[in-house]
Design a protein around this ligand. Structure first.
Ligand SMILES: O=C(O)C(=O)C[C@H](O)C(=O)CO
Ligand SMILES: [Zn+2]
Length: 275
């Protein structure tokens, strides 16, 4: 498990591309038969990738017998569509109960779960500290009550699926959803925002291998960019904007941890304020 330390906005002026990528970009999350994990001190969020079969370990930095002794976990199947277009389903088994996840479906795994294993599919993981037990629950795209936002005039026609949130699958602090851009729409999260009460992690997927997303980060008046490939994640601290545009359309998993779970509790930033 890689450990990354927290950052401050006054470190951004003068930061090199390499410095920014080492702190905020998470590459290489997927390797067959392995669970790869990164522990960020930004709200103590852990992100990971699994290509099964594999079992969720309890890495040493957690100093816990089991990964979920003091944590909760969101799992999203980020595997591609099957040859017949029906989607590659994968299985997550929690303490002997199997849950089949189709692409973009999500499983919330509550604190206290003892064994989590993965088979088939390709799974993205996000975990936050937890102080109560909430039941393990699956969320389909229908359960996530899709909301269509934006439009073709802004190249941001997209659908937001909220899986884990205050009015959906319940958790202690984790909030998680999937946003899918329509073909020809490239911009996510514009106009952008910050939320000082929460860290957010974006995981981009469904992007062709030779295409990229240009992810904007930093204080609104001191922005930088990260050039992000398919199946890479960006850690967005509470002080940073998080938005971007792709050279093709794509999907992303967004997940937050921190002070509150109010999805709309954000500070909107007008494009004219950005530098
Ligand atoms: O497309 C969007 O806009 C998003 O998905 C925004 C995220 O949900 C977000 O940033 C929540 O704070
Ligand atoms: Zn946000």
């Amino acid at each position: 498990m890689e450990v990354r330390h927290a950052t401050a906005p006054d470190q951004i002026p003068g930061a090199t591309t390499e410095w920014l990528r080492a702190r905020f970009l998470v590459e290489d999350l997927f390797s067959p038969g392995e669970v790869r994990l990164v522990y960020s001190h930004e709200d103590r969020m852990v992100v990971g990738g699994v290509t099964g079969p594999a079992v969720l370990p309890a890495p040493d930095p957690l100093r816990a017998e089991r990964f979920l002794d003091r944590r909760e976990l969101g799992v999203v199947n980020v595997g591609g569509e099957g040859e017949a277009g029906e989607g590659e389903t994968g299985t997550v088994t929690v303490d002997g109960t199997p849950y089949e996840l189709a692409p973009k479906e999500c499983l919330y795994v509550g604190r206290g779960s003892r064994e989590v294993s993965f088979d088939g599919g390709s799974f993205y993981l996000v975990s936050t500290p937890a102080h109560a037990d909430h039941p393990t629950a699956k969320s389909t795209l229908e359960d996530a009550e899709p909301v269509r936002l934006g439009g073709s005039e802004g190249s941001n026609d997209r659908t937001i699926y909220k899986h884990i949130h205050a009015k959906g699958v319940r958790s202690c602090q984790l909030v998680l959803g999937v946003t899918v851009l329509e073909p020809g729409s490239m911009w996510n999260t514009m106009p952008c925002h910050t939320h000082e009460r929460r860290t957010e992690v974006y995981f981009y997927f469904g992007l062709p291998e030779d295409q990229r997303v240009i992810h904007l980060m930093g204080r609104p008046d001191e922005t930088r960019n990260l050039v992000v490939a398919d199946r890479q994640a960006v850690i967005s601290p509470p002080w940073s904007v998080h938005c971007g545009f792709g050279t093709r359309s794509y999907s992303f998993v967004w997940a937050m941890g921190g002070e509150n779970q109010a999805y709309d509790d954000m500070e909107q930033v007008a494009i004219g304020e950005m530098r």
